[in-house]
Design a protein around this ligand. Structure first.
Ligand SMILES: Nc1ncnc2c1ncn2[C@@H]1O[C@H](COP(=O)(O)OP(=O)(O)OP(=O)(O)O)[C@@H](O)[C@H]1O
Ligand SMILES: [Mg+2]
Length: 277
């Protein structure tokens, strides 16, 4: 069972209360988006869920097992994808099998046939099979993040966590990466929790939404309840003009499955997803 239970989660850093008594459950296979302004506790929540931070109070469980350290069945994708730029896409993806191989085996690429096939399969899932031999440093930001997703898939997780995976990409690449993330999770039946700060992207790809504000859960619901009132609740006084459009169709980037819009221009570092910044 790879359902996630977050129960009474509080995390303090000295005087700072990063998370304040947060509870929710995610059934197996659900795709959840966590929203909140900077400092609302998104990264802390994901880091606790991944066992990278220890809760001050409360507990996180996968099925019936408490999470108290990083584990191979939980994969995490970061904003700075931490892929190795000198290696090609295939070798980067293959590093996802590190937990199943010794360091030396990994170094000399002595992984099993199965691991190697998994790396190719994961690259196929993120639309990069033809670029398997391409050096990561020659790839666009969006492509590099897709390699990061492939590596997470090779880890063979049941839970996929991503902390602002598209924050440094332009709107077109952001949509594309979110599309691949969503497809990968659906195809493999993964339970996914993704933090984002772009409301339109969230609406376009999210199924369920959790809103954090000052470390507290202020919203937890599905698409039909995720309206302007909820956005105000999550974002407070911040100018939300342009962050929200009916049916999430305000984005003018390409369709998630299309290849266009994912060239070197995605390295510009524009983080808007139609936020009107
Ligand atoms: N290691 C740490 N030490 C001290 N304070 C921390 C630490 N990590 C997070 N915090 C504080 O906890 C609060 C929540 O931070 P967190 O990084 O979880 O927010 P966030 O929603 O991810 O923000 P952003 O959108 O900027 O990434 C902030 O006040 C932050 O300063
Ligand atoms: Mg963060």
């Amino acid at each position: 069972m790879s359902s996630i239970t977050v129960e009474g989660l509080t995390k303090r850093f000295g005087e700072t209360v990063a998370l304040d008594d947060v509870s929710f459950e995610v059934p197996e296979g659900e795709f959840v988006i966590v929203l909140g302004v900077s400092g609302s506790g998104k990264s802390t929540l994901l880091r606790c869920m991944n066992g990278l931070e220890t809760p001050t109070e409360g507990e996180i469980r996968i099925g019936d097992t408490p999470v108290d350290e990083p584990r191979p069945d939980i994969a995490m994708i970061f904003q700075q994808h931490n892929i190795i730029e000198q290696m090609n896409a295939y070798s980067n993806a293959l590093t996802g099998s590190l937990n199943r191989n010794t360091f030396l085996d990994s170094l000399f690429q002595r992984q099993s046939e199965e691991d190697k096939l998994q790396a190719l399969d994961a690259l196929d899932t993120v639309g990069l099979l033809d670029e398997a031999q391409q050096n990561a440093q020659q790839m666009s930001g969006g492509q590099q993040q897709r390699v990061g997703i492939a590596r997470a898939l090779v880890q063979d997780p049941t839970i996929l966590l991503a902390d602002e995976p598209v924050a440094s990409l332009d709107p077109g690449s952001s949509q594309q990466v979110m599309g691949y993330l969503r497809t990968a999770a659906a195809d493999r039946g993964l339970t996914a929790v993704i933090s984002l700060h772009q409301v339109n992207l969230a609406r376009k790809f999210g199924e369920r939404f959790i809103g954090l504000r000052d470390g507290k859960k202020v919203f937890d619901g599905y698409r039909d309840e995720f309206d302007m009132g909820v956005i105000d609740e999550i974002y407070g006084d911040i100018d939300t003009e342009g962050m929200f459009a009916p049916d999430g169709e305000a984005d003018d980037g390409p369709d998630p499955s299309s290849e266009s819009g994912d060239d070197a221009s995605s390295k510009r570092g524009v983080s808007s997803g139609g936020m009107g910044q």
